[in-house]
Design a protein around this ligand. Structure first.
Ligand SMILES: Nc1ncnc2c1ncn2[C@@H]1O[C@H](COP(=O)(O)OP(=O)(O)OP(=O)(O)O)[C@@H](O)[C@H]1O
Ligand SMILES: CC(=O)C(=O)O
Length: 577
């Protein structure tokens, strides 16, 4: 057994200039030296860690072995050998940070968010999605009613209650101040060059005029503005305005269906980010104890504070994900993300309010900002759009998922693909496979920028750093015990190469942790005796096939609320299962 024990005297100035999020691909293929597996060049230069007192680090060498893939469906079992060979190949030419001495099991780290809709809102489909790899179920409050969302919430809770080793978090996505066209008796064809009118009068739906659900639409738009319909599928330029209508010329035509999104290029609506309907939906989320709110069209941090104050006032422990999708949010990105728990790159509206070519650059920037601030980040929209109607993805879609994984997203999201698509399970499987394959090429040890500022240099942060170094060096998984989720989230932030098995005695925390990259959350009653708890945890991991006999793991005891330890002591124990 190896042990790291430290007291408060450990110097915490171990942070160095971060590595970029993407390593040079040629560099990546070079066999790494031992030192480069442990520390990146910058870390080496800065002589990162100084343990001054009461510290000892030893580690036992176990037999060399290779990692194994976890099957997620019967089809995967058939492909196991093939994938195993693939991964082995990668590790031989690549970093070697996984599986150097021990035998960790390779699990997908990047999480999958699935929007539940008419294709998937049954018991059978919720179960199948969960078994295929869904980690978070998203309820889009722009569609459906409370009764239909309640049914899905109950199904997910039922799944969680009966599942031994899996848990699905619930995300309630607010409708927000979205501007939509009204209902139409049947779709209308818009032809390039044609005149078309939007009116704030209710109930209009003719071949050349349709209602808009927002009274200030006429005031917000100006002559010359470009209107985008359905995320840019169609576009119109504003030619003139009256008191209640906006006359346009169709630039890009197409088929206009009922209740389509309307965006004005470069402008956000002057509506509040949380509308009356949203407050009603938020209350519904509190009553149902959902895990996350995804708040649409956030423009500044004020709205996040307002929501957090409300949640505090009703004693609701629900995390807030800000959706970055409005032109106004970009100048306030830093303060918005600071105020929230996580962010979503909501590329649909983002690419309509801003020029579409800005989307990949903003995605990279938002991910980098979140990673440097210790916040979770989700990449959403159109990830496998073609799979709404086709059983296989385009190559570009596969690349899109791989890019989000390599950029360091905690999660990737499916929208129409699982909500109303023809192949929801296949879409999840594609996401799973692409994420897993991409992750196998990412070497452990890449730290986010500005590390050390995110969590106020807490002692736990240094332990997360060292546990990560151990995981990367020894090729082992990490086991952490957490009541609040803090330490598991912190570890996730450092992206160790092995899985983070996060044991918690709180069901809510277990569900919340389902969103975080690399975290496998497990519910367990804690005993008063630490040793007994460790043994039970390792036995449980072995029983579920998550670790194997003889495999080593790093047990981390740190965090804000000490469990079985004195206030000022923190431990990392390396244990053989
Ligand atoms: N709860 C639901 N009930 C009915 N239909 C739904 C539900 N959730 C999603 N959908 C359908 O799936 C589609 C894609 O879901 P998504 O969450 O991407 O919607 P969206 O972001 O509002 O996009 P859109 O502009 O297409 O409505 C929706 O347009 C809607 O047709
Ligand atoms: C997810 C979402 O709301 C968007 O992409 O606009």
């Amino acid at each position: 057994m190896a042990q790291v024990v430290a007291t408060r005297s450990i110097r915490a100035n171990y942070f160095s200039k971060a590595s970029g999020s993407l390593q040079d691909p040629v560099e990546k293929l070079k066999p790494a030296s031992f030192a480069s597996k442990v520390l990146l060049p910058d870390h080496r230069k800065s002589n990162a860690v100084v343990l001054t007192r009461n510290s000892r680090i030893t580690a036992k060498r176990a037999s060399r072995a290779e990692p194994e893939l976890i099957p997620v469906s019967p089809e995967d079992v058939l492909k196991r050998e093939e994938q195993y060979e693939q991964l082995r190949g990668i590790q031989q030419v690549g970093d070697g940070s996984v599986g150097m001495w021990s035998k960790p099991t390779v699990r997908r780290k990047t999480k999958i968010v699935c929007t539940i809709g008419p294709s998937t809102n049954t018991r059978e489909m919720v179960w199948k999605l969960a078994e295929a790899g869904m980690n978070v179920a998203r309820l889009n409050m722009s569609h459906g009613d409370h009764a239909s969302h309640q049914k899905v919430i109950d199904l997910v809770k039922e799944y969680n209650a009966q599942s031994k080793d899996n848990t699905i978090a619930i995300m309630l996505d607010t409708k927000g101040p979205e501007v939509r066209s009204g209902d139409l008796p049947q779709p209308i064809t818009l032809t390039t060059g044609q005149e078309f009118t939007f009116t704030i009068k209710r109930g209009v739906g003719t071949p050349d005029c349709v209602s808009v659900n927002y009274d200030d639409f006429v005031n917000d738009v100006e002559v010359g503005d470009m209107l985008l319909v359905d995320g840019g599928m169609m576009s119109l330029v504003v030619k003139s305005k009256t008191e209640d209508s906006v006359k346009c010329e169709v630039i890009e035509g197409g088929e206009l269906k009922s209740r389509r999104h309307l965006n004005v290029r470069g402008k956000s609506a002057t509506l509040p980010s949380i509308t009356e309907k949203d407050w009603d939906d938020i209350k519904f989320g509190v009553d149902n104890k959902v895990d996350f709110y995804a708040v649409s069209f956030v423009k500044d941090a004020e709205v996040v504070h307002e929501l957090k104050n409300y949640l505090q006032s009703c004693d609701a422990d629900i995390h807030v994900i800000v959706k970055i999708e409005s032109a106004d949010s970009i100048p306030n990105l830093h303060s918005i993300i600071t105020a929230s728990d996580a962010a979503m790159v909501a590329r649909g509206d983002l690419g309509a309010e801003l020029p579409i070519e800005e989307v990949p650059l903003l995605q990279e920037e938002i991910i980098r900002t979140c990673r440097s601030m210790g916040k979770a980040v989700i990449v959403a929209t159109n990830m496998l759009e073609s799979m709404i109607v086709h059983p296989t993805p385009t190559r570009a879609e596969v690349s899109d998922i791989a890019i989000a994984v390599r950029e360091g997203a905690d999660a990737v999201m499916l929208s129409g693909e699982t909500a109303h698509g023809k192949f929801p399970l296949k879409a999840v499987k594609v996401m799973h496979t692409v994420a897993l394959r991409t992750e196998a090429t990412i070497s452990g040890g890449e730290m986010p920028p500005n590390l050390g500022q995110a969590f106020k240099n807490h002692m736990s942060e240094m332990f997360a750093y060292h546990a990560t170094m151990m995981s990367n060096t020894l090729g082992i998984s990490t086991v952490v015990f957490t009541r609040t989720g803090f330490m598991a989230i912190l570890l996730s932030h450092y992206r160790p190469s092995g899985t983070i098995f996060a044991f918690t005695n709180e069901k809510r925390i277990q569900q919340r942790l389902a969103l975080y990259q690399g975290v496998c959350p497990i519910y367990m009653e804690f005993s008063d005796d630490a040793e007994e708890t460790f043994k039970t945890a390792l036995a449980l991991l072995q029983k579920q096939g998550m670790v194997k006999e003889g495999e080593e793991v790093a047990l981390v005891q740190s965090g804000r609320q000490p469990i079985w330890r004195f206030q000022s002591t923190h431990n990392i124990l390396v244990r053989k299962v």
